[in-house]
Design a protein around this ligand. Structure first.
Ligand SMILES: [Zn+2]
Length: 358
């Protein structure tokens, strides 16, 4: 099945998820903070002929609106809307399918998500599609029943405008933009692993309401740590799939699973996770670092241009070196190179479902 290039939603998105799982590959979900990172995502996806997931955390959305905006809550909404409008306008011209998504939202951030749903409802009236493909609610700090009931309430509203929800069961270690807590890697970390019974409960409650995916915890953490400190156990994902399959029959890997904290993960564990129905892997820490490496290298190579407009000895003008387009582009290039690696690791190179519009 081929899809029109651009932002996907509803059945197009469901087809995309299905194609990933059936084809044994996954898409990188990349946290973006401005048009530089968004454009670098689109460029890398087009180069790799892969579809891609562009996502905004609440902090990323706020940054997108500009750090000068006084009202933080309004900035988080407007920044996310602005980012989405930018992606809607440009994505189709890059010839790939793009999933637009927001990252972790705990109970305090549910109003943020609901404001964005309101924007999607408005957009739907005019365009016949939502602004965002999906949102994440991360209520893993709550009891399992509070978590699932709130997700069900929000999904009911989202399903009416062809949106999907991502939920979190078990706790991804580490902190992402103020959501979650720092992980004590030396402590007993059984809470870092999702319980298959909870996943079954989620499946039974949510699948009659609408489309959903599950960020399951299998020892994954946000951030990158010294090798050996993070023990990934993807077999937990297999146990979740098998329990749902046993109770409800149907196809292999009935759950749509999401891998958080993909940065720094062993390649073999990534492959194994994909074989258990992971269609989305989040990447943030590694692309942040890659951006900084590119900018840092550029600044070191042209250090004089960052101190003098004109060389104090030779009188050479440095304009073409301190032009922000030069060093911003250097960051985009190394960001894109890290994404090339991600597309390869996830097996999505050449798998785009998009055919160019027209
Ligand atoms: Zn995460």
């Amino acid at each position: 099945m081929r899809l029109k290039s651009g932002v996907v939603s509803g059945t197009e998105y469901f087809e995309l998820v299905k194609a990933c799982k059936e084809g044994g590959y996954a898409l990188p979900a990349v946290n973006c903070v401005g048009t530089n990172s968004v454009n670098a995502c689109l460029e890398a996806a087009a180069r790799n002929k892969s579809d891609i997931i562009i996502q905004l955390s609440n902090g990323g959305a706020q940054f997108f609106a500009g750090q000068g905006m006084e009202d933080g809550a309004a900035a988080k909404v407007l920044g996310a809307v602005s980012a989405a409008q930018h992606v809607h306008l440009l994505a189709q011209h890059y010839g790939v399918c793009v999933v637009l998504h927001t990252d972790h939202a705990n109970m305090k951030l549910v109003p943020w998500v609901e404001s964005l749903i309101e924007h999607s409802e408005e957009y739907y009236k005019n365009m016949g599609r939502p602004l965002y493909t999906s949102h994440m609610l991360d209520l893993s700090e709550e009891t399992i029943d509070d978590n699932l009931n709130e997700c069900a309430r929000v999904l009911k509203r989202m399903a009416k405008i062809d949106m999907s929800i991502e939920i979190e069961l078990g706790v991804t270690g580490g902190e992402e933009d103020g959501v979650g807590s720092d992980v004590d890697l030396s402590a007993d970390n059984s809470h870092l692993y999702t319980q298959p019974e909870d996943v079954l409960k989620a499946y039974e409650l949510l699948s009659p309401i609408g489309h959903f995916s599950v960020a399951a915890a299998f020892g994954n953490v946000h951030g990158v740590y010294k090798p050996g400190n993070v023990k990934l156990s993807p077999e937990i994902l297999d146990a979740c799939q098998k329990l749902v399959e046993a109770k409800h029959g149907g196809n292999k890997n009935p759950l749509n699973l999401v891998f958080h904290g993909g940065s720094g993960s062993e390649k073999s564990k990534i492959e194994e996770a994909i074989s258990y129905g992971v269609f989305k892997m989040n990447i943030d820490t590694d692309t942040q670092f890659a951006t900084s490496v590119g900018v840092g290298r550029y600044v070191e190579e042209h250090s004089k241009a960052f101190k003098h407009q004109i060389d104090p000895e030779s009188g050479t003008p440095y304009k073409k070196f301190y032009d922000p387009r030069k060093w911003l582009r250097a960051g985009e290039e190394t960001f894109g190179a890290r994404l090339d690696e991600a597309f390869t690791d996830l097996g999505s190179v050449g798998k785009s479902l998009a055919h160019k519009a027209g």
